[in-house]
Design a protein around this ligand. Structure first.
Ligand code: ZN
Length: 501
C-alpha cells in the first residue's frame, strides 16, 4: 500500500504544482499584465489546465485509487490518508464523468460569453447575449446529465460548489430564511435611512490601503505568506500554503469599498493560510466548499469587522488616520453608516439584511431556467417581477437587472449563487460556537485582539482543508445539522438594537 500511496501523492503533487502555476498566471492577468498579453495568456492557461486535467483523469490514477480503497476503508474516517483517498476519488469521479471534449467546448464558450458580456452589459443589450446564455443553460444541463440519478437537474451543479447540498435542501433553508428576513428588512426600510455621508468624503488611497492592512495583520493574515494588490474585482488566490494572495479595489470617495473588501478577502485567505501544511500538494489543500469559504470571509468582514466592539477599538485609529474627514464624526454615526440597510438593485452593494434576498432571486431563477420553466427571452421580465415583489424596486434597465452579475455569463448556470447565502448562515453558526467556547472573544475584539477567535477557527475549521464536507464540519462543530437560527438571532440582535425594532 505504501508504494501506491506514494505514487498517488507524487502524481497529485505534480498536478497541484501545475495548478499553482496556472493560478500565478491568472493573478498576473488580473493585476499587472499589459493588455497585449491577453491572447497568449489565455492560451497558456488553457494548455496548463488541459495538462492538469489529463494527468488527473489518467486511468493510472483510477487504478491507484482502486488499489488503495481497502486501505482507506481500514482507517478511521478522519485519518489523513483516508481523507486523501476519499476526496481524491470524489474529484476523480467528477473529472472523469464529464467528457473532456464537452469540458473544452464549455470552457471556450464560457470565455467567449464573458467577452460578449463585457460589451453587452454597458450597452444594456441583453438580446445580443441571450443566444449565448441559452447555450450555457444547455451545456449546464449536459454537465448535470453526466451524473444521473439526481432529484433535481441543478443538484449535481450545486454539489460541485457545496457538496452534499441539493436544490430541495437549499430551497427549504432559503424559504425559512426569507420568511424571517422580509419582516426585518421591511421594518428597517420603513424608517429614515442611516446617514452614510461620512464615508463618501475624499480618502487618499495610500492611507486607506495601509489602514486595511493593519487590521488584517491583527486578524492574523500573514504577509510573509501573502500580499495585497489592486484589481478591478477583489479576489483571493492561492499558489501554495506559503503564498495566499488577496486583492482589493480602492475608491477615494467611498471608504467602505477597499476597507470591507480587504476584510472579506482576508477572511478567505486566513482559511487558506490556516490549512494543515501536511496537505500541501494534495486535493485536501483548499477550503471545503463555496459556502464554508464564504462563511469565513463574512465572519471577518461582518460579524467582526462591522461590529460596534471592533470599532470601539479601531475608530480612534481611523480618525487619527483621517482627522480632517472624521474628527467631527462620532463613532455612533460611523457605526450606523457602515451598517446602513437599504433596498437596492445591486447585489454586491447590498447590506447584511437585504443581501440574501438578492441571492435567493438568482437561485430561484437559475432553477427555473434549468427546469425549462423559464425561457431566456422571459428572463429580464421575470427578474424585474421578482425585484418588485421581494425588494419593491425595479431596475431602469437590464444593465442593473439581469446583466449585473458575471456568473451566468462565465459558462455555467446553476450552483453558482447559493454559496453566498449558505456562507452567511454558516458565518453566524460558527461564530456562535466560537463565542460559546470562548466568551472572552468580544472583549478581546474590543481590545483589537483576535488570537482566540483565529485560533478557534484554525482548530475547528481551517486546518482541516477539504477533509470534511460542509455538513460534516457543521455537525462536528455544533453537534447538529445546518440551521438558520443563529444567523437570524444575530441579525435580530444587531439590527433590533440599531433600529429599535
Ligand atoms: Zn467571498
Amino acid at each position: 500500500m505504501e508504494k501506491q500511496l506514494q505514487e498517488l501523492k507524487q502524481r497529485l503533487q505534480e498536478i497541484s504544482t501545475i495548478n499553482g502555476a496556472t493560478a500565478v498566471l491568472g493573478w498576473d492577468q488580473s493585476t499587472y499584465m499589459p493588455p497585449g498579453g491577453a491572447a497568449a495568456r489565455g492560451q497558456q492557461m488553457a494548455v496548463l489546465g488541459r495538462i492538469a486535467h489529463e494527468k488527473f483523469t489518467d486511468t493510472a490514477v483510477g487504478r491507484l485509487l482502486d488499489d488503495l480503497q481497502p486501505y482507506a476503508e481500514s482507517l478511521p474516517y478522519d485519518h489523513d490518508d483516508a481523507a486523501l483517498i476519499r476526496v481524491t476519488r470524489r474529484n476523480y469521479e467528477r473529472a472523469t464523468k464529464v467528457p473532456a471534449a464537452l469540458l473544452a467546448t464549455i470552457y471556450a464558450h464560457g470565455a467567449a460569453t464573458y467577452q460578449q458580456w463585457t460589451v453587452a452589459r454597458p450597452a444594456n443589450d441583453f438580446a445580443s447575449i441571450a443566444p449565448a446564455l441559452e447555450k450555457t443553460i444547455d451545456y449546464s444541463r449536459q454537465i448535470a446529465d453526466c451524473f444521473p440519478g439526481y432529484d433535481h437537474i441543478a443538484d449535481p451543479l450545486i454539489d460541485f460548489a457545496d457538496l452534499g447540498m441539493k436544490a430541495e435542501s437549499v430551497r427549504a433553508l432559503f424559504t425559512e430564511l426569507r420568511a424571517a428576513l422580509v419582516p426585518i428588512a421591511n421594518a428597517i426600510t420603513s424608517q429614515e435611512p442611516a446617514d452614510d455621508s461620512c464615508l463618501k468624503q475624499h480618502f487618499p488611497e495610500a492611507q486607506q490601503l495601509a489602514f486595511g492592512q493593519e487590521i488584517i495583520k491583527a486578524y492574523g493574515y500573514d504577509f510573509q505568506r501573502g500580499r495585497q494588490d489592486k484589481t478591478h474585482h477583489p479576489f483571493m488566490t492561492k499558489f501554495s500554503i506559503g503564498d495566499v494572495r488577496i486583492t482589493t479595489r480602492v475608491k477615494e470617495h467611498d471608504l467602505s469599498e477597499a476597507l470591507f473588501s480587504t476584510l472579506h478577502e482576508a477572511g478567505h485567505a486566513l482559511y487558506e493560510q490556516g490549512i494543515n501544511p501536511a496537505y500541501e500538494g494534495t486535493p485536501l489543500n483548499g477550503g471545503t466548499s463555496a459556502g464554508v469559504h464564504e462563511s469565513q470571509s463574512r465572519l471577518w468582514e461582518n460579524l467582526v469587522g462591522r461590529s460596534r466592539t471592533f470599532w470601539e477599538h479601531y475608530y480612534p485609529k481611523l480618525q487619527a488616520t483621517f482627522p480632517e474627514q472624521l474628527y467631527h464624526v462620532p463613532l455612533e454615526t460611523f457605526y450606523r453608516a457602515i451598517n446602513k440597510v437599504q433596498r437596492s438593485l445591486i447585489r454586491t452593494d447590498a447590506d447584511e439584511v437585504t443581501y440574501n434576498l438578492h441571492v435567493m432571486i438568482r437561485f430561484d431563477l437559475e432553477l427555473a431556467l434549468l427546469e425549462g420553466k423559464l425561457a431566456v427571452k422571459d428572463l429580464p421580465a421575470a427578474w424585474h417581477a421578482r425585484y418588485e415583489s421581494d425588494l419593491g424596486l425595479r431596475a431602469p434597465d437590464d444593465r442593473d437587472g439581469v446583466l449585473q452579475d458575471v456568473h451566468w455569463y462565465s459558462g455555467q448556470v446553476g450552483g453558482v449563487f447559493q454559496g453566498y447565502t449558505l456562507g452567511n448562515i454558516m458565518s453566524a453558526l460558527f461564530y456562535a460556537q466560537a463565542l460559546q467556547a470562548h466568551p472572552t472573544i468580544p472583549a478581546e475584539i474590543g481590545a483589537g485582539e483576535f488570537g482566540t477567535l483565529h485560533g478557534w477557527l484554525r482548530e475547528n475549521i481551517y486546518q482541516h482543508g477539504s477533509k470534511f464536507t460542509a455538513n460534516e464540519l457543521v455537525e462536528r462543530v455544533t453537534g447538529g445539522p445546518l440551521t438558520i437560527a443563529p444567523y437570524i438571532q444575530y441579525l435580530r440582535a444587531k439590527y433590533g438594537e440599531l433600529y429599535q425594532l
